[in-house]
Design a protein around this ligand. Structure first.
Ligand code: PLP
Length: 360
């Protein structure tokens, strides 16, 4: 079975202990009243071209600039913000921009990047998990380096402030660019760290998704694109999707007006649920600081798709082998646990079931 089929199956699986799918737990968020948001937006922007074809970058640039400012990026340029059909479209456009250059990523990697690069007939350069910062030194000039600085999928890891500074210093010295997939950035449990784009706007594509914080049904993301690439990024988007939906942009715009441009203030109650899960993981000596994913290490040496299929059939537990996101042999004793949607009770029981299954 291929990994996309496996992930899609997990997304719709009704098993009791579901650590498989990274879907947002919309039922734990304040209800999104899309009609009210839409009306708020049209009151504030009565001339917005909601129903018409419109400029390719969308019509949320001004509101988007408040979002970036609220997140500590004071030098944001509204004209450099492009609305896309989710972060996935922004990744696609950025990779096409760099199609003749090296595209690198951390290992393991989000398949939406690595599979896309594969579809383009290229192979992404996977940087080794332990040594990835020094490996950046080898990237040729003009490369694109994809990462999620905050709570990556699949590892759940966040890079430190010191690591952010090191990455940017190497990018500046060796003249390459960075795509920071900020899909899980609002889900910090303690405090947020400065974004890469706020530290080096001309080096970084910073892409914010509304899928995990509001609803994937919106298909809206906003990306701050470095000045040098703005026009080329827009020409590509014009040929791929013309523009993003005016209707869902209006809903997002109204929601931002009603929520003071904060991407995380409405997540307070959800974060309290996640703090209880964090407490459990810390008691098990498993690191977790925010986001949707946890890396679980087991003694079992060969965790692959068929091991996980057996775990599902025998224990009613769904989880993904970390090897699914990598070619690296040393990841064969790890699982990716998606922990945002599962209840605390089921998380505790499911976690123990995995341990028992692995040692049986
Ligand atoms: C790291 C990462 N980036 C991007 C996406 C897709 O986001 P969007 O719905 O905004 O296209 C996902 C979805 O699972 C993801 O995990």
């Amino acid at each position: 079975m291929d990994r996309i089929k496996f992930l899609n199956q997990l997304a719709t699986s009704t098993c009791k202990y579901n650590f498989g799918a990274g879907v947002p737990p919309l039922e734990d968020y304040p209800v999104l009243n899309e009609i009210e948001c839409y009306e708020t937006f049209i009151k504030a922007y009565p001339n917005a071209p909601i129903k018409q074809y419109h400029q390719t970058d969308g019509f949320l640039g001004e509101l988007g600039s408040h979002v970036f400012q609220e997140d500590g990026f004071s030098n944001v340029q509204a004209s450099n913000i492009v609305i896309t059909n989710g972060v996935q479209e922004a990744i696609t456009l950025a990779c096409w921009l760099f199609k003749n250059n090296t595209i690198a990523c951390t290992d393991p990697c989000y398949p939406g990047l690595s599979d896309l690069v594969g579809l383009m007939g290229k192979t992404p350069l996977f940087l080794p998990e332990k040594d990835w910062i020094s490996s950046l030194e080898k990237l040729p000039k003009g490369s694109l380096f994809y990462l999620s600085a905050d709570f990556a999928n699949p590892t759940g890891k966040r890079i430190t402030l010191d690591e952010r500074k090191q990455v940017l210093a190497i990018a500046e010295k060796n003249d390459f660019y960075i795509f920071d997939d900020a899909t899980y950035r609002p889900f910090f449990l303690d405090h947020s760290l400065p974004s890469l784009v706020s530290l080096a706007p001309e080096r970084v594509f910073h892409s914010i998704s509304f899928s995990k914080i509001l609803s994937p049904g919106l298909r809206i993301a906003m990306t701050h694109v470095p000045n040098t690439f703005r026009d080329a990024f827009l020409s590509l988007k014009a040929n791929v999707s013309l523009n993003s939906s005016g209707f869902t942009q209006a809903i997002v715009g109204g929601w931002l007006l009603k929520n003071d441009f904060s991407l995380s203030k409405h997540l307070d109650a959800f974060k309290n649920l996640m703090r209880n899960k964090q407490e459990f993981f810390h008691a098990q000596h498993v690191p977790y600081a925010g986001g949707f994913f946890v890396e679980m290490t087991l003694q079992h040496p060969s965790i692959d798709l068929s091991w996980c299929a057996e775990l599902l059939a025998k224990e009613d537990v769904a989880a993904c082998p970390m090897s699914m996101f990598s070619d690296n042999l040393t990841l064969h004793n790890k699982l990716r646990l998606a922990i945002a949607k599962i209840s605390l009770e089921n998380l505790k029981v499911g976690f123990m079931k995995i341990h028992n299954f692995a040692s049986s």
